[in-house]
Write a new protein. Structure first.
Length: 331
């Protein structure tokens, strides 16, 4: 009688891979990248190119000479980290600061924990927050949209989030009249300071979201739960007191769309189950609203994501699915 031999796992194979997902997210970022070139011109190109090149170099060097392993820069993760870091920076930031941010993102945020798949915090946000704390003046100087030729000497202005913060601090709701319309925020048509490179056009980010959902690179749970939470909370605040901006302006301003779609959905630092992702997204939304409206800094998305990154293992434990065949314990 012939023996039935079972080979080692895995027994089911799919087309998913690290490379496919990483390059899929990079493709989803292309619309926002092209819009940033259109609005910020040479500044956007310089920042993104330097950030990507520095992240690739630092990952290669650390892997080869410090960890003594085979470099894995071709998997696309270093390119993606560089792009996301660049998207979180002003388009007139000095190059040497961008390089420091890339070193912190890769060296501290990623490789110090063992590389891809081991980092508890989003590397690009680690780099961005480090730069924000270390170089607050340079990181909060926002060039005006449409300056295609200038870089270091770009004229700067106030962002929509700055106007919202001013209205809350002064108690003067008329300040909000200076905000661009929701349509202009959606399209990135912001006459004053637009913010970081990647947050200028919400429509381009939404196109990237639809692409990733179509390709099943991510699911809807995290971005929808974040956006819905911010919409509901800001809507209630606006109804209670007009000094708080309307919910559409809150959603379309700042880095909320960029964070909800591309940063919070990072595989390694977000929960594994659908229920856990909704809990995670709701908490990020709540923290963002709290920091934006009552914190000293106008934007709260980056800090909210990093805080919830730390809670991801706890959420995974709380919503851990039952093992197949497991018998529930009797109380």
């Amino acid at each position: 009688m012939s023996k039935f031999i079972v080979s080692l796992s895995p027994h089911a194979h799919g087309t998913d891979s690290v490379e496919r997902n990483m390059y899929g997210v990079i493709i989803a970022l292309v619309p926002a990248l092209l819009v940033s070139f259109l609005y910020f011109g040479v500044g956007s190109a310089i920042i993104c190119a330097v950030s990507v090149a520095a992240c690739i170099f630092f990952e290669w060097a650390i892997t080869k000479y410090l960890l003594h392993k085979q470099p894995t820069v071709t998997d696309g993760s270093a390119i993606l980290t560089g792009l996301l870091l660049g998207f979180n920076l002003p388009s007139n930031l000095p190059i040497w600061i961008v390089i420091i941010g890339a070193l912190v993102a890769i060296g501290i945020g990623k490789m110090s924990f063992g590389g891809l798949g081991c980092n508890p915090f989003n590397p690009a946000l680690v780099g961005r927050c480090f730069l924000l704390v270390s170089f607050p003046a340079q990181m909060t100087t926002w060039p005006l949209v449409g300056q295609l030729t200038s870089y270091a000497d770009a004229t700067t202005g106030a962002t929509p989030l700055s106007l919202m913060k001013t209205a809350i601090k002064t108690g003067d709701a008329s300040v909000l009249d200076e905000l661009p319309s929701s349509l202009n925020l959606l399209l990135g048509n912001v006459p004053d300071g637009a913010g970081t490179i990647g947050e200028v056009c919400a429509l381009a980010l939404i196109i990237g979201l639809l692409y990733m959902l179509w390709k099943r690179i991510i699911t809807w749970h995290i971005p929808v739960s974040i956006i819905a939470t911010v919409f509901v909370c800001c809507g209630l605040l606006h109804l209670a007191n007009p000094i708080y901006a309307n919910p559409l302006a809150e959603i379309l301003s700042g880095g909320l769309m960029l964070g909800a779609i591309f940063m919070a959905t990072d595989y390694v630092t977000s929960p594994m189950t659908a229920k856990g992702q909704i809990i995670y997204g709701v908490c990020i939304g709540l923290l963002t609203v709290v920091i934006r409206n009552w914190g000293s800094y106008p934007e709260g998305m980056s800090f909210a994501i990093l805080i919830m990154n730390a809670f991801t293992p706890l959420i995974n434990t709380y919503v851990k699915p039952k093992r197949f065949g497991e018998v529930p314990e009797k109380k």
